[in-house]
Design a protein around this ligand. Structure first.
Ligand code: GLN
Length: 446
């Protein structure tokens, strides 16, 4: 833990992956483990890791990269924070992200810009860009992220690490600062597939605090790692390989398909015909849910409270106007509009119907296929400042990851190639609650 903290201090000046380092807390926890003796059957005992800053940590500042929570120190642990702590994992710090997880480059953080360790002029992706960059730069072996529309998988792809968004309900959301409650999932970001499965073992399972967490039995996710892919039926959705896809990214997917075939899997083209409506449906649903979830930041119960106000309404308006960044305000406006009486049928309801059609598309494919192989993001990491001022371009970039959230499926990005010196990941998508097959295939070609 000492070495990890030392290393972070040397490296993070160029990367900016961390918002908060918890030196004292981490060393204290490490000492307790030293005194007790490391549990040699438990791979996570004494392991320093990083946690995305929208996952609450007792006694450790949690801001979701927002000014409105700049001085917020939670009085309780998220279920995942508690679970990893019990296993002896040491949270060395909290990682940078897009404010309230709204974004895909970590440039929407209210506090700092995180740099891609492969090329510091590029973004690390987002919104879990701090977690991905911290792992990619070797600052920590593993980190927790969260994914509403791609926020674990896309930064994993941009930084050459492994990122898993588990099935909706696999991991408790208790203590995850809510963005889109029907889409959000916490998941592991690691250097390899085996580590990823090990960390998911630690955080998965039902939780009485989160009624959307599943009571399904949690398998040992490492048990399928060495099974190979012989006989697996893998589909590549043609809609995911269509226009707008970078040539190197496309080639990386095709190369991965060849590898799978050589290893004994069958690979065929499949169709997810409603993919083209995904971006619109996702941005309506996620913003609607966000507009409701973010009502709690009123300047009274949490965080920032505006000064010199005339009355209660003024307090709300000023606190929120000062505390939220532009992208968060944009989502609140979009979401409030979509849910409003006159527009609900035309927007929110339509989006919910599209979501059902997209779920049906996946169900149809999974009748004949065990797994879907796809690109994670349309391009490799792009330059800092390149896209951030153009929300539509940013939103379109999520087209390949957000269908997985709308359908609640497990999806993992695994490094599979390079484009001009930058890493490129591919995405493996499984049936609901079948993370085992995703890990099995990921480990086979990694
Ligand atoms: N980029 C997407 C968005 O801005 C996804 C973010 C996420 O998964 N948290 O909403």
């Amino acid at each position: 833990t000492k070495q990890t903290l030392e290393n972070i201090k040397n490296v993070d000046g160029d990367i900016n992956a961390f918002l908060t380092l918890d030196e004292d807390g981490a060393l204290k926890q490490a000492k307790e483990i030293d005194d007790k003796g490391i549990d040699s059957d438990n791979l996570l005992s004494g392991l320093p890791i990083a946690v995305k800053d929208n996952i609450v940590t007792k006694g450790l500042k949690t801001t979701a990269a927002s000014k409105i929570l700049e001085n917020f120190t939670p009085i309780y642990d998220a279920t995942v924070s508690e679970k990893i702590k019990k296993l002896g994992t040491i949270t060395v710090g909290k990682t940078n992200m897009d404010e309230f997880a709204m974004g895909g480059s970590t440039e929407n953080s209210a506090f700092k810009i995180t740099h891609n360790p492969w090329d510091t002029t590029k973004v690390p992706g987002g919104s879990s860009g701090g977690s991905a960059a911290a792992v990619a730069a070797g600052e920590v072996l593993a980190a927790l992220g969260a994914d509403t529309g791609g926020s674990i998988r896309q930064p994993a792809s941009f930084t050459g690490v492994v990122g898993m968004k588990p099935t909706y309900g696999r991991v408790s959301r208790w203590g995850l600062i809510a963005f889109g409650s029907s889409l959000d999932q916490i998941g592991p970001i690691t250097r390899n597939v085996a580590d990823n499965a090990t960390l998911l073992n630690a955080i998965a399972g039902h939780d009485d605090h989160d009624l959307t967490s599943s009571t399904k039995e949690v398998p040992d996710f490492t048990s399928s790692l060495n099974k190979g892919v012989k006989g697996l039926r893998i589909g590549i959705p043609s809609e995911f390989m269509a226009q707008g896809l970078d040539d190197d990214v496309k080639q990386t997917v095709l190369n991965t398909a060849e590898t799978f075939k050589k290893l004994g899997a069958t690979v065929d083209e499949v169709s997810l015909p409603h993919t083209k409506y995904g971006v619109a449906a996702y941005y309506i649903i996620s913003s609607s849910e966000a507009s409701s979830n973010l009502q709690r930041f009123d300047g009274i119960r949490y965080g920032r409270r505006a000064k010199d106000v005339k009355n209660l309404e003024d307090l709300y308006v000023k606190s929120r106007s000062e505390g939220f960044g532009d992208e968060v305000k944009r989502r609140i406006m979009l979401g409030t509009f979509s849910l409003s009486a006159g527009f609900y049928d035309a927007y929110f309801k339509k989006a919910a119907q599209v979501r059902t059609l997209m779920i049906n598309d996946f169900n149809n494919v999974f009748k004949d296929f065990d797994l879907i192989l796809a690109p994670t993001a349309p391009t490799p990491a792009y330059g800092i400042g390149e896209d951030v001022s153009d929300p539509m371009t940013m939103y379109m970039n999520d087209v390949l990851t957000l269908p997985v959230n709308l359908a609640g499926l497990p999806g993992m990005s695994v490094p599979a190639g390079f484009s001009k010196g930058l890493p490129v990941g591919v995405q493996l998508i499984g049936r609901p609650f079948d993370e085992l097959t995703v890990y099995q295939a990921g480990n086979a070609f990694e």
